[in-house]
Design a binder for this molecule. Structure first.
Ligand code: HEC
Ligand code: HEC
Ligand code: HEC
Ligand code: HEC
Length: 134
């Protein structure tokens, strides 16, 4: 019995150590907060918590990030960096643009989520309150 107890406590200790040293999985990665108060001066909806890391694992970078030249996406996925001015959607979609910032987000996010559902691949948020959480 004492032997059993001892091996249990060893096991418990090992589990504890494992929990402490295991790097945080991608699901726990800090999400991006999508909020553009300078564009949406009168914010009507709460900011959107976007699990970027999760999307990075699932979808090609260039299905979301783009820089069109003659209709061709000229971005190099390996060159995407935080400091890149072309990373912010607002850099090109704020102001008087063909696709305004709200539509840019809604078309991209909802467009894909809808397609995921209709093709039976996954279910992803499509309701206002699922993205604009209070
Ligand atoms: C599902 C869409 C989507 C995918 C896929 C995606 N991104 Fe993003 N990414 C975004 C959005 C939206 C933002 C925030 C843009 C903004 O703030 O206007 C962002 C922001 C970023 C940033 C800035 C991060 C920060 O901390 O502010 C980097 C760097 C980046 N993406 C690189 C990548 C790379 C590299 C990939 C592919 C491995 C990728 N992204 C895939 C949508 C996406
Ligand atoms: C470097 C400039 C630039 C950046 C940054 C940018 N876009 Fe665009 N986007 C464009 C241009 C140019 C078009 C083509 C329509 C137009 O002329 O406005 C476009 C078109 C779109 C469209 C229409 C469908 C399509 O892909 O053609 C959506 C949706 C969109 N952008 C969403 C986004 C989102 C979301 C982000 C941030 C992750 C983003 N864009 C970042 C320049 C940009
Ligand atoms: C190209 C496809 C694609 C695009 C673009 C996309 N998503 Fe998603 N998203 C998915 C898929 C697929 C899932 C479901 C993953 C799963 O649960 O298996 C998802 C799930 C989510 C979830 C739920 C995460 C969870 O923990 O259940 C949120 C929130 C979300 N997306 C927000 C966004 C936002 C905000 C944007 C736009 C900035 C966006 N997505 C753009 C494909 C996409
Ligand atoms: C898949 C996620 C998603 C869903 C679902 C969604 N939105 Fe959004 N929405 C966004 C993102 C991302 C932005 C950009 C947020 C920002 O930059 O402040 C945005 C921006 C907005 C804005 C402009 C910013 C503001 O607060 O004034 C409004 C208004 C808005 N959404 C309303 C709605 C309504 C109404 C619905 C339901 C019919 C809805 N959204 C569903 C992701 C979503």
């Amino acid at each position: 019995m004492a032997m059993l107890l001892k091996s249990f406590s060893v096991l418990f200790f090992l589990c504890l150590m494992l929990m402490l040293v295991t790097p945080r999985g991608w699901a726990d990665e800090e999400p991006l907060i999508l909020d553009n108060p300078e564009v949406f001066a009168k914010n009507k909806r709460p900011a959107v918590v976007f699990p970027h890391e999760m999307h990075m694992q699932m979808v090609d970078c260039l299905s979301c990030h783009h820089d069109y030249v003659n209709g061709q996406n000229t971005l190099d996925a390996d060159m995407l960096e935080e400091t890149d001015p072309a990373i912010r959607c607002a850099a090109c979609h704020a102001g008087n643009t063909v696709v305004n910032l709200k539509d840019a987000f809604h078309q991209q996010c909802l467009g894909c989520h809808r397609q995921m559902r209709t093709s039976g691949q996954a279910t992803a948020p499509e309701l206002c309150g699922e993205c604009h959480r209070r």
